[in-house]
Write a protein that binds this ligand. Structure first.
Ligand SMILES: [Zn+2]
Length: 505
């Protein structure tokens, strides 16, 4: 069992985040435990652990008369700790996000608990529920049976529908402080009888407010038989040849794809945890960025501010994708390749017409005057229209695909499988063939990016509406080249081919 699981807190007073310990402690002491909670906060901050503790509080056999800390000895407590209590149900909303899942849940909720006092539903990543599913859940939250308690956990509370948020007691799990992570590491060190604990504060510093990451780093050091003094740990984590962030950044700043990929491969072959590696990259970039804006942080002269921000964005999304990656290093490799390629297709300003939204001061120059280095010359890609477009023709559709590609490849991939149905001057309706695609496209972030690009191409603010189509439905669309559309001077054969197929040319 990993350290993180082995040493996960079993009581409220064991919880390492101060404000969570306090709030839950007060609620339990009040004797009135709400029927629905929302635990929100970053990953690895102990939301699931706290949810299980709460499930024990309401079901512990020692708590029959009065709520208090769970005894962790009775059969209820023990089975919840083991994860085998049939009345404590943990669901991952990412894989049970549909309306049918929630309907099944609604029916199950009505049934009395098998052996516990309360059935506890712990719904992880609750923001992943579809709108329909969330609305169905809402009905249950409005009139819950007495024997049920819900604990929704999420890393993105703002994505939950407001009506749900207003019906739950929200407990905010802030990113842990270094002291809090160190406290949890000290418990592990005690439990494992580890000598030499100088490295704990260093690990706490490197774990970015995540108990899980902290425990993982400590475990890695122990497995690799590294002494836990500051010097050896520091050396292992950041100075090893196989883990050379400076080297990687230097290849990236030279846009040397091959060497950068080789650097990553080296780290993989050396068995470095890619999560730790990625967060080390991000921490170095953050340092460099802070330095650029005049704050404390180590300088990185080879990259300018815009470049650092672009790299941070790429590695942040790699870090997110890392968790579910089939091939472990793939997200990092994609980030590297996108970075080295994207430099040459970034939209640039063209005369008096502004194309790009951020950063540029209107002359196509970098606003960051503190930089001695010039921005790399970029190929010109023009995405905007001279006039407002009235119809979404094949050419327009191709332009939308081309414009979105350098910004977000997954939206582009989704659009390839969609079809423009109509455009009424305000709303562009797309026909989508799979529910999953529709949900992905309707994701708030995706939608915002897409609407931004479409607005630029069509020359007016545009909303996107997605309709789930019958697979056979034939769409009749006018295919008529429009003069007012300025085609890019960068063409992409592949995209054009796909657009032709869709338009039946
Ligand atoms: Zn108990």
């Amino acid at each position: 069992m990993t350290y993180y699981l082995k040493y996960r807190p079993q009581k409220i007073e064991d919880l390492d985040i101060h404000n969570v310990r306090e709030s839950l402690g007060k609620i339990v002491a009040s004797g009135k435990i709400p029927h629905a909670f929302l635990f929100s906060g970053p990953k690895g901050t102990g939301k699931t652990s706290a949810a299980r503790i709460l499930a024990k509080v309401v079901n512990c056999q020692a708590n029959e008369k009065k709520f208090g800390e769970p005894c962790n000895k009775c059969s209820q407590c023990k089975s919840i700790t083991r994860g085998s209590n049939i009345d404590v149900i943990e669901l991952d909303a990412a894989s049970h996000r549909g309306i049918d899942d929630v309907r099944a849940l609604r029916d199950a909720v009505k049934l009395a608990p098998a052996s516990s006092r309360k059935k506890v539903y712990i719904i992880d990543e609750a923001h992943m529920l579809t709108t329909e599913a969330a609305n169905a859940l809402l009905k249950t939250l409005e009139e819950p049976p007495d024997h049920v308690m819900f604990i929704l956990a999420t890393t993105n509370p703002e994505k939950l529908i407001e009506t749900i948020r207003s019906r739950v007691t929200n407990i905010v799990f802030k990113k842990a402080t270094e002291k809090e992570v160190e406290r949890s590491l000290a418990k592990i060190a005690r439990g494992e009888k580890l000598k030499d604990k100088g490295a704990l504060s260093l690990i706490a510093k490197k774990s970015d407010g995540s108990f899980r990451d902290g425990a993982k780093i400590l475990e890695e050091l122990v497995t690799q038989k590294i002494k836990l003094n500051t010097k050896d740990a520091e050396e292992f984590l950041f100075k090893k040849k196989t883990f050379n962030i400076e080297e990687l950044l230097s290849h990236l700043s030279e846009k040397n794809t091959k060497k950068a990929l080789k650097e990553i491969e080296g780290a993989v072959n050396a068995g470095v945890s890619l999560e730790i590696y990625t967060s080390a990259i991000l921490r170095r970039l953050r340092d460099a960025l802070l330095n650029k804006v005049g704050l404390e942080g180590e300088e990185y002269a080879e990259l300018n501010k815009k470049e650092i921000i672009a790299l941070i964005r790429l590695f942040v999304s790699a870090a997110i994708e890392l968790r579910g990656a089939v091939i472990e290093q793939l997200p990092l490799e994609v980030a590297v390749i996108e970075w080295c390629d994207e430099q040459s297709v970034q939209p640039e300003d063209e005369g008096e017409k502004k194309v790009s939204k951020g950063g540029d001061n209107g002359n196509g120059e970098n606003v960051d005057t503190g930089d001695s280095k010039e921005t790399t010359p970029v190929k010109k890609v023009v995405f905007h229209s001279k006039k407002k477009v009235k119809e979404v023709t094949e050419e327009v559709w191709t332009k939308i695909l081309l414009a979105i590609k350098p910004i977000n490849t997954s939206i582009e991939a989704l659009l390839r499988a969609a079809k423009p149905l109509g455009f009424d001057g305000k709303v562009l309706t797309l026909s989508v063939f799979y529910r999953f695609h529709k949900e992905r496209l309707e994701d708030t972030h995706h939608l915002r990016v897409l609407e931004g690009v479409v607005a630029e191409v069509l020359g007016c603010p545009t909303r996107i509406q997605c309709l789930l189509a019958e697979p056979q439905a034939k769409q009749v669309l006018k295919v008529e080249p429009k003069e007012e559309v300025v085609l890019t001077d960068e063409t992409d054969e592949d995209i054009i081919k796909v657009a032709k197929e869709i338009f039946g040319n």
